[in-house]
Design a protein around this ligand. Structure first.
Ligand SMILES: NC(=O)c1ccc[n+]([C@@H]2O[C@H](COP(=O)([O-])OP(=O)(O)OC[C@H]3O[C@@H](n4cnc5c(N)ncnc54)[C@H](O)[C@@H]3O)[C@@H](O)[C@H]2O)c1
Ligand SMILES: O=C(O)[C@H](O)[C@H](O)COP(=O)(O)O
Length: 377
């Protein structure tokens, strides 16, 4: 331990390698992030959380916490105004698991009937929220030769690729990657209603991997009633962890908020927060033990009868979203869905990102498409 050995640090027990990493700064205590209360904080000065911990006055008032790090991209669980007003340093991990979300979207494309075929034939993708995830998704789609357009009202509208909301919603495959916001000029809370989503083209697919609250559950249920041709791919839910079972059972693909759960993304998030803490303490970040599951994988050889087949085989060899869907379907009828949802997330298998996997094409004619699939990072 270093000069700050007396520092008391609370970390969520579900952040892999957090104890190894943060022990270099002080004494680390693991807690259940979902249940963390003010009484548990005791004398801690540093709090390292995930998206399941609401960090606000109710949690922090009267405590000695002066640094809050969230190993997540999203910040909607952090009361940033309260933290700023109380001079508590706060950081998150922008972009850390964005490539993992893109892998999820690509795997979903491969798993929704003939969607991949339709997109490769020129039907466009619509992206709502053109930030770290949206941009990386656009880049990967372009590399694969798939057309896309994005809606992001907070960016300079001259940004290449941006379009109107109507045009984006008019795409065959619409992906929601907006953060959850409740104020400002364009709050995303319940931002899409039945009028807008009902205008999606025939046989369209709607994917939400942003936050569940961006579309009301009731709107999605009505959409299922009125437009049974539309398929839903949902990774995020209103009121997590207690997801609506009636909506889950109507989805084409349903998963428990794991789009960003690659091992690579989690480790990047941890490193980003640890670097911020090191800077805050005027220390340098020492190397820490990385889990052995992060070692380079053995080569995965891929082939296919044609490009479409090759893409599906290569993606499924690294990450098959239908495995997550299968596990999730197993808990839809559970008597304690919230707990079951959290357990699926807690015991999530090690998943590597496409870009970090040792994929190899046994057929030289697919080398370029393999490169496109692995173009993340
Ligand atoms: N499902 C998952 O596992 C998972 C993983 C990572 C991130 N996320 C969620 O995805 C969100 C986006 O991630 P990111 O890395 O791209 O974040 P980001 O902050 O880099 O980008 C978000 C973009 O959305 C735009 N935006 C804000 N309000 C909008 C609105 N009303 N309509 C359209 N666009 C709007 C912003 O201008 C910004 O460009 C995160 O905030 C998080 O909530 C989910
Ligand atoms: O905002 C994010 O980074 C993602 O939603 C992230 O995957 C959430 O995971 P959690 O913090 O709940 O483990």
């Amino acid at each position: 331990m270093r000069s700050s050995a007396a520092l008391r640090i609370i970390v969520d027990e579900n952040i892999p390698a957090a104890v190894e990493c943060f022990s270099q700064f002080g004494e680390v205590q693991q807690v259940s992030g979902r249940e963390l209360s003010r009484a548990d904080i005791g004398a801690a000065e540093v709090l390292v959380v995930r998206s399941v911990t609401k960090v606000n006055e109710a949690l922090l008032a009267g405590t000695g916490v002066r640094f809050v790090g969230s190993t997540t991209i999203g910040t909607d669980h952090l009361d940033l105004n309260y933290l700023a007003a109380n001079e508590i340093k706060v950081c998150n991990a922008p972009g850390s698991n964005a490539e993992s979300v893109v892998d999820y979207v690509i795997s979903a494309i491969c798993s929704c009937g003939n969607l991949l075929d339709r997109l490769l034939s020129g039907e466009p993708v619509g992206i709502v929220g053109y930030g770290n995830v949206g941009r990386r998704l656009g880049r990967r789609l372009s590399a694969l030769g798939i057309a896309w357009r994005a809606y992001d009202p907070l960016l300079d509208q001259a940004t290449e690729g941006l379009s109107s909301l109507e045009e984006v919603i008019g795409s065959s495959f619409v992906c929601l990657h907006a953060p959850l916001t409740r104020d400002g000029l364009y709050p995303s809370y319940h931002m899409l209603g039945l009028d807008q989503l009902g205008a999606m083209p025939a046989n369209a697919v709607l994917l939400n991997a942003g936050r569940g609250e961006v579309v009301a559950t009731e709107v999605l249920l009505s959409l299922c009633e009125q437009r049974p041709d539309i398929s839903l791919v949902l990774d995020v839910w209103e009121g997590e962890p207690c997801f609506p079972a009636n909506l889950a059972s109507r989805c084409r693909i349903a998963t428990p908020h794991i789009a960003g759960y690659s091992a690579d993304g989690k480790l990047t998030g941890l490193r980003m927060v640890a670097s911020e803490l090191a800077a805050f303490l005027n220390l340098s970040l020492l190397p820490f033990a990385v889990p052995s599951s992060m070692a380079d994988s053995a080569e995965i050889a891929c082939d296919g009868a044609n490009e479409l087949d090759f893409i599906k085989n290569a993606v499924a060899a690294v990450y098959d979203v239908m495995e997550d869907d299968k596990r999730f379907r197993g808990i839809i009828g559970s008597s304690n869905r919230g707990q079951a949802f959290d357990l699926l997330r807690k015991h999530y298998p090690v998943r590597r990102e496409l870009a970090y996997s040792a994929l190899a094409s046994t057929n030289p004619k697919f080398s370029a498409v393999l490169q496109a699939l692995q173009s993340g990072r």
